[in-house]
Design a protein around this ligand. Sequence first.
Ligand SMILES: Nc1ncnc2c1ncn2[C@@H]1O[C@H](COP(=O)(O)OP(=O)(O)OP(=O)(O)O)[C@@H](O)[C@H]1O
Length: 306
Amino acid sequence: MSLALAKVAPPPDDGITAQETGSTETGSATRVSAARPFIEFEKVTVRFGKGDKQVQALSETSLSIEEGDFVALVGPSGCGKSTLLKLVGDLLKPSTGHVFVGGRELGATPIRIGMAYQNPTLLPWMNIRDNVMLPLKIVPPFRSEFSAKRKTEFRDRVEALLAQVGLAGFGEKFPWQLSGGMMQRANLCRALIHEPDLLLLDEPFGALDQFTREELWQIMQDLWMTKKTTVLLVTHDLREAGFLANRICVMSARPGRILDDSSVAFARPRSIDMTYEADFVALNQRLRSLIVEARGGTGIVQAGGH
Ligand SMILES: Nc1ncnc2c1ncn2[C@@H]1O[C@H](COP(=O)(O)OP(=O)(O)OP(=O)(O)O)[C@@H](O)[C@H]1O
């Protein structure tokens, strides 16, 4: 599923929310600790609803993520992966426990966040350049300079990023003139244009065919290697997790908790061919076994009638 809740930054003049542009900035001030990692979940639980209808999405979960890390969250469907992303994005509050981002309790830290989901949320009436530029119109400190720089510095910044993902010359096109893979590239540009401290990716390549997806992994890897943004990626694709991440956290079935937390040491830049080598396949098999076990011991979903 994709992140689907709430606003976190003030809406711009034209009523477009930060959520729609995949960009946010979290707000004002409380508990501070300089010694904390960049992201920390401290004994966090999440329950939805009340009484009989209550759903325990996350059981007590603790997790630390260092600045510049690339962490993938994998696990059975409904185990709470997107819930963890929503907590970090300040789109959801924990029922118990604490979430710290940038050393401060969540909601306190003015950090910039970029987000990309499975379905690119490009606005159909704007060309690609204007779509990618949107966060600069919304997120401080850029928004105060937007009128002055939109036709110069900000425009150059957008063109450079579009070129980096292979979309040079497509700034004037509209979303409907692009393929799904091209729209997702533009979507990634929009998530990164305001130089976020944290990038939250919720199955961003899930709707693409295998070859386009692999192309996007390579682009994502290049972007991460040049920008070193901290990334939290939710994915069902274990090859994707192994190709992109430095660390893979496997979650249990709902109520989710972290079952396994492994670092991924393959040298960068990683190649698609590497994902067919023995070490990589062994990693995939290990992750798969953990998830099969978490789902109740079978890799086969019983469908009625056959
Ligand atoms: N707003 C909500 N109200 C009630 N239940 C919710 C709500 N949001 C999520 N849930 C439930 O919490 C659990 C965790 O949801 P979440 O979307 O985090 O899972 P996920 O691991 O991302 O799933 P998937 O891999 O299928 O996208 C699920 O059982 C879901 O139905």
